[in-house]
Every structure is written in C-alpha cells, then in structure tokens.
Design a protein around this ligand. Structure first.
Ligand code: 3EB
Length: 314
C-alpha cells in the first residue's frame, strides 16, 4: 500500500547534500547557505552538532516570487515565505513584518497561517527599558489581531534569539485552514498575564493540518504560565518532554502521538548552558534532532524544543 505524500514533508540533510528536486525551500542554521535553485534561508543560529539543513519537500511545481518584502516559494497547496529586517524599534518593525506577511499570504491565496519561526536579535536585551521579546510580542499581537488573526487562529510559532540584529521570520501558510491546538498543562500563551509583556504572545501550541501534519510550537519548561526548574537544564528537559507529550496527545485525540513521534526536532540551548548532562536523554527521545545555541524568550529558560509530526494518513 503506497502512502500518499503529505502536503509537505520536512527532512534533515547534511549541509553539503541538500536535495534540489521536489523541494519547496530549505533552512540552513549557522550560516553557509547561498542562493540557487531552491529558496534557502540562512538563519544565524549556530548548530552545536553535525551541520544539518532543514529541507521542506513538496510535490508539484514550485513557483518563486517576491510580494512586498516577502520572498516566497509555493506549490498549489503550500506557501513558504521569508522576510528579514535590520535593527530598529522592535515593536514597529515586527508589526510591519507581520503586516507584510498577512498581505502576502492573503494576496497569494494562502491565508491560513500554519507555522511561524521568529528569530529576534538580542531577544533578552533591554530596549529603552523593556525587554526586546516583549516589544516583539506587542508588535506581532497588534498586527495579527488588526488583520483578524486572533486567539484560535494564531499559528504555532517559536521565538528565539539569533546572532545578528533585527528580525528574521520565515513561515508556512496554506490554502486550507489548520486547526490550532492548546496544551492542557499550560495557560494559552495568548492568555498569559501582563507580567510577560503588555501584549500576550500570539501563538498556539500546535497547528494540525489535514489530519496528518502537526506543527508543534517551541516548547519549554512552562506549566500554567510560570517557568519551572530555573537553573536545571535536566529538570527543564523532563518538563518540556511532558509538555510535548501533552500537546501531541491533545492534537491527536485517540491516536496517542507523543514526543518520540516528532521529526525535524530542534533543540535550542541557551548560550552558557552545557548540554552534556542532558545529551544522552536527548539522543534517546529525539534520535534525529538538531542541537542549536540560541537565547530563549524568557531568561530563566535554558532550553526549548520544537518539531513536526507527520502521521500516516487515515
Ligand atoms: C512559552 O511557552 C515559551 O512567542 O512565539 C515558545 C514558543 C515561547 C513560541 C513565541 C514563545 C513563543 O511561553 C516561549
């Protein structure tokens, strides 16, 4: 029995062997990407392990185009976009970037935002007395809600630092709506109290697309709305795995997916946190993962994990 190809399928490949056929786009972390046949995002986030590229495979002809400041590659079903902005007042540049994203996906006919990756330079630094992540959150909230993307339509997302200033955002959108999923162990990020910023973070814990693709947001050691296990990477890892399990269980009612079902797992470790004590556990749960070094949006969080589950079609 042949399994039908999902709308899109993410894979990791060694950096020097990125395929070019049936590829929508690729993301190279830590530098080394160059232009070419395939839309390739170079994300300035160092990898700690063997250099891998994230490759988004899709069937059908790929169209490449520019809409405003968004660079796009799309098939008939799925749109991958990327936008980069230098430094500037973070709330304002974030709102402008999100205005562009919404404008591009709507005008191209792929209005369903599935998954957004946000890389924010100096994410934990103060900008005029307020942490940059909070300013980013405010700008994102302002733009998304103004365009009618609110609460249940917020996409799964992640927001981590990068080694260059400014904002780098890449995303997947589609013609068909995804179903946003929350984690019963956590307060929805869009309901976080104001201590985490004047506007709560506008993202969902996961987006399920077509019953087979689950985009799991950046997940950390947060229970309710509070960070747990400050100072212990090992304890934060266990809490994070429980959160991934809970989100995947909620996303797959009855099918019982769990953290071990994730592919293209990215493990972000805060600079200065030694990954050695958690490496065995990471390898056991996430055998084919990418280990990266990046600031995470709350200072006390030492690691954050994300991934995509591709389930067999029913
Ligand atoms: C958390 O659970 C941890 O602002 O887009 C995770 C994933 C986190 C996405 C975002 C933030 C974001 O609140 C931080």
């Amino acid at each position: 029995m042949r399994r039908r190809m999902p709308l899109i399928r993410p894979e990791y490949h060694p950096l020097d062997r990125i395929p070019t056929r049936a590829v929508l786009a690729a993301v190279v972390y830590g530098g080394g990407a160059c232009g070419g046949e395939v839309l390739t995002v170079s994300a300035p986030i160092p990898q700690l392990g063997p250099a891998l590229a994230e490759v988004w495979r899709a069937e059908g002809a790929v169209t490449r185009e520019q809409r405003g400041d968004i660079e796009i590659a799309r098939t008939g079903d799925v749109l991958f976009g990327v936008v980069r902005r230098g430094g500037g007042p973070t709330a304002e540049i974030t709102a402008a970037v999100y205005d562009s994203i919404v404008g591009a996906v709507r005008s191209a006919g792929y209005p369903a935002l599935w998954r957004i990756w946000n890389n924010v330079g100096g994410i934990n630094e103060l900008e005029e007395g307020m942490e940059r992540y909070k300013r980013f959150s405010a700008g994102r909230h302002e733009a998304l809600t103004r365009h009618g993307y609110a609460r249940e339509r917020f996409p799964a997302a992640s927001a981590v630092g990068m080694t260059e200033p400014g904002l780098l955002v890449y995303f997947l959108a589609g013609r068909q709506e995804g179903k946003q999923v929350e984690n019963p162990r956590q307060v929805s990020a869009y309901d976080y109290p104001p201590r985490y910023g004047p506007r709560s973070p506008s993202f969902s814990r996961a987006t399920v697309v077509g019953d087979e693709l689950i985009f799991v947001a950046g997940t950390a050691s947060v229970v309710g709305h509070e960070s747990r296990h400050a100072g212990s990477a090992a304890a934060q890892l266990e809490e994070t795995i429980e959160n991934l399990d809970a989100t995947l269980a909620a996303a797959t009612a009855g099918r019982k997916a769990s953290a071990g079902d994730l592919t293209v797992v990215k493990i972000f470790v805060r600079p200065g946190t030694d990954p050695a004590p958690v490496e065995d556990r990471l390898r056991a749960v996430f055998p084919a993962s990418m280990l990266l070094e990046a600031d995470i949006c709350r200072r006390e969080l030492l690691l954050e994990i994300e991934g995509v589950a591709v389930l067999p079609k029913r």
